[in-house]
Design a protein around this ligand. Structure first.
Ligand SMILES: [Ca+2]
Ligand SMILES: [Ca+2]
Ligand SMILES: [Ca+2]
Ligand SMILES: [Ca+2]
Length: 421
């Protein structure tokens, strides 16, 4: 299939052939007549998040790397996805390229080709959209006296779309119902943690009034991507809040990280909690009450360690509508023990770590990547793809310089009621 045609084909399939799509997607439990049930999956749905570091240094480079089947990192991250076999996966740090060109090349040349003995994986549906990263703001956002460069962009990046995201799915994506929140202004969030310039007496003035008129909350974007799973629509809530570091005592990135996480905590609460939210089409309000959802992404916030604002991730993990399945791995425990440094003083149990960061002096390995289902999607199993060193698959995670990414794929199997009836 020509890469440029797949998306159009998928949209056509979406409108006329949902039952056929289900029969090939591992959701065999919806049909008594389908004996080829994947025992591992049925009747559950595997949802994953993976910051796979498929970002590049300049525009066009990712397309070039993905246009052959030979890029070593792309092959290795594809193998991680194949061996984890998610039904839906959010990719963080996948450069945004218009017209689905990069995501089509990744599917055609890597995911749909068995890597190192793993089975190929086919995601018939994908969603990508622009990112704030690398888009010039025209303002001196880092207050260094000059305008320009990655730190003055709406989200940190050297060119538009760097460090973007993509959603891949075996189930139909309701593209016509996606909501994006890339343009939502931080100052429009009630009680926003706007940073203060400590050198001036005025409060909350790190960003000038003119800057706050244009400053976007989302460092990449926030997407509500509805996925049709049997008779249920599951809302994938995708984002990648900014790292809470690379700033000063004003903690502008830590505060933004906190409020980027808070956005989804508010979005899934009805009434006044979410009524302030507007999407990029100008439509107000949060998720329709009772809708099943999964919050996905590298949230750049460990519950207890690292530099995020205390309580930032707990806005989601302790949310009344959300369950935290606490995915873990033995590889993370082993890595913390072998790497030492900051890991020796951490409060969070290392079994939940999802990222292998610098250990000397800081921050050490952290829990950064989350799959957080709404309570009606009961978790059945969960894990982090982080094999111990004795496992042959440890070649896919490794140690710095990593063969794939400094982050690990996190997955959760949930029960979707419509699949079981
Ligand atoms: Ca500047
Ligand atoms: Ca001030
Ligand atoms: Ca900070
Ligand atoms: Ca480390």
């Amino acid at each position: 299939m020509r890469p440029s045609t797949r998306h159009l084909v998928c949209l056509a399939v979406l409108s006329i052939a949902v039952p056929a799509a289900l029969s090939v997607s591992g959701a065999a439990a919806v049909s008594e007549t389908s004996p080829a049930t994947d025992a591992k999956h049925a009747p559950s749905l595997r949802v994953a998040t993976y910051n796979l570091s498929l970002n590049r240094n300049r525009p066009g480079q990712l397309e070039a790397d993905l246009s052959t089947g030979t890029n070593a990192q792309a092959r290795a991250v594809a193998e991680v996805i194949q061996r984890s076999d998610p039904d839906i996966v959010l990719l963080n740090e996948f450069d945004y390229v218009p017209d689905y060109r990069a995501v089509d090349l990744f599917r055609d040349n890597y995911l749909e080709v068995g890597q190192h003995g793993a089975d190929p994986i086919e995601f018939r549906y994908a969603y990508v959209a622009p990112s704030n990263t690398g888009v010039p703001s025209g303002h001196d956002l880092n207050n260094n006296g000059s305008v320009g460069g990655p730190d003055d962009a709406f989200g940190f990046g050297f060119y538009p779309g760097q460090y973007g995201m993509a959603v891949l799915s075996k189930y139909p994506i309701r593209t016509d119902q996606v909501r994006t929140f890339r343009l939502f202004r931080w100052k429009d969030m009630p009680g926003a943690l706007l940073p203060d310039d400590p050198a001036t007496p005025a409060p909350a003035d790190w960003y000038s009034a003119q800057e706050l008129e244009v400053f976007r909350l989302s460092s990449k974007s926030h997407w509500d991507v509805p996925v049709q799973v049997g008779r249920k629509t599951v809302h994938v809530l995708a984002s990648h809040p900014t790292p809470p570091v690379f700033d000063g005592p004003e903690d502008r990135n830590g505060r933004r990280n906190h409020d980027e996480i808070r956005f989804w905590a508010d979005y899934v609460r009805p009434g006044r909690h979410s009524s302030y939210i507007y999407d990029d089409e100008g439509r107000y309000g949060g998720l329709r009450p009772g809708s099943p959802f999964v919050v996905l992404g590298d949230q750049n916030s460990d519950p207890f360690d690292g530099d995020s604002v205390p309580g930032a991730i707990q806005q989601l993990t302790e949310h009344p509508r959300i369950v935290d399945p606490m995915p873990d791995s033995a590889g993370a425990v082993e890595a913390a023990r072998l790497q030492g440094g900051a890991n020796t003083t951490h409060r969070s149990d290392p079994r939940y770590d999802t990222a292998d960061f610098n250990d000397v002096p800081a921050p050490g390995n952290l829990r950064a990547d989350y799959v957080l289902p709404s309570k009606q999607l009961r978790p059945l199993d969960a894990g982090v793809f982080w094999p111990v060193r004795a496992d042959p698959l440890a070649r896919l995670t490794g140690e710095y310089p990593f063969p794939t990414s400094d982050h690990r794929l996190v997955w959760v199997d949930v029960r979707v009621p419509a699949l079981t009836r």
